[in-house]
Design a protein around this ligand. Structure first.
Ligand code: NDP
Ligand SMILES: O=C(O)C1=N[C@H](C(=O)O)C[C@H](O)C1
Length: 267
């Protein structure tokens, strides 16, 4: 029998971290060896998120987590600052990082990738693990070749701390690879209320909506002469991210570099 992949989860008490713990416990090829979070050092993660089936403990120090549990993979769903710290520690300890935390820039990715290439360490940073969201990004990249006028609307729950979403930024980055550069809207348009036209990414506008009741949603609107193309994805449940997280864990075991974006490793 092949050995299970040993996984530690950073941010395990959070919305995504707790869903990830459940996914690992239900996956025949995965073993949860420990968790990192900001409190409850030494206590059982199961007691803190109200599940059964694991004796894995919480560590408030990521280095102690790595030393005590020797994971193959670290899955991180924390916040940008902690995510970068945890990723650096993972590299230093030779643990494969699977990072879902948003807020990584291309410059951040380049710095980590250089270190991982030197160590031949595999890992993935993905702004969105939902397969449908990744497809919307890919379809958007294709559509932008024919429709350079684009606006992105991302809609999230009102506990989300960053704006715009990592998904919206990654979508704009992919679109910019095929979109002919242009200034959108009327050349002489003026905002009479600051921010009305949203954030500006190379002339494309990104609008961030935060409301209770939402989980994670995105619309990419393309305008042409007499026509409008709308691509939309809705995560109605955080389970929507778990197929991608599991895929990234397994894929990272066979990689010897850092990949930014699930679209780069999907078959
Ligand atoms: N890639 C993807 O598919 C997805 C990515 N995300 C991203 O995942 C991240 C987390 O989102 P969400 O689960 O909603 O956030 P939550 O706030 O629900 O969870 C974050 C958890 O991380 C903990 N934490 C903070 N700092 C550290 C640290 N240094 N070490 C370990 N744990 C820490 C927090 O503790 P405390 O509360 O005490 O600070 C909390 O338990 C966000 O960046 C979000 O954008 C979300 C959904 C999907
Ligand atoms: O905070 C969230 O919830 C989400 N964050 C990620 C992002 O910033 O794109 C992914 C998904 O949209 C959910």
């Amino acid at each position: 029998m092949t050995e299970k992949i040993k996984i530690a989860v950073a941010g395990a008490r959070g919305r995504m971290g707790s869903e990830t713990v459940r996914m690992i416990l239900n996956h025949p090829e995965f073993e949860l060896v420990g968790a990192a979070d900001t409190k409850y050092d030494g206590e059982k993660i199961a007691d803190k998120i109200g599940i059964l089936g694991t004796d894995a403990r919480i560590y408030t120090d990521i280095e102690q987590l790595f030393t005590a549990t020797a994971p193959d993979v670290l899955i991180d769903f924390t916040n940008p600052e902690s995510g970068k710290h945890n990723l650096q520690q993972a590299i230093d300890y030779g643990v494969r990082p699977v990072i879902g935390t948003s807020g990584f820039t291309n410059e951040d990715v380049a710095v980590f990738k250089e270190q991982m290439d030197a160590k031949k360490l595999g890992g993935i940073i993905a702004p969105n693990f939902a397969i449908g969201a990744v497809l919307v990004m890919k379809f958007s990249q294709l559509a932008a070749k024919y429709f350079p006028d684009v606006e992105i609307i991302e809609l999230h729950h009102d506990k989300k701390k960053d704006a715009p979403s990592g998904t919206a930024v990654k979508t704009a980055e992919l679109i910019s690879k095929t979109r002919q550069a242009k200034i959108q809207g009327a050349p002489d348009e003026k905002e009479t209320l600051q921010g009305a036209r949203g954030a500006d990414y190379e002339g494309m506008r990104i609008h961030s909506i935060r409301l209770p009741g939402l989980i994670a949603h995105q619309e990419v609107l393309f305008g042409g002469k007499g026509e409008l193309l709308t691509l939309r994805h809705d995560s109605m449940d955080r389970a929507s991210f778990m197929t991608g997280v599991a895929y990234a864990v397994k894929t990272s075991m066979a990689l010897d570099t850092l990949v930014y974006g699930l679209e780069n490793v999907l078959d």
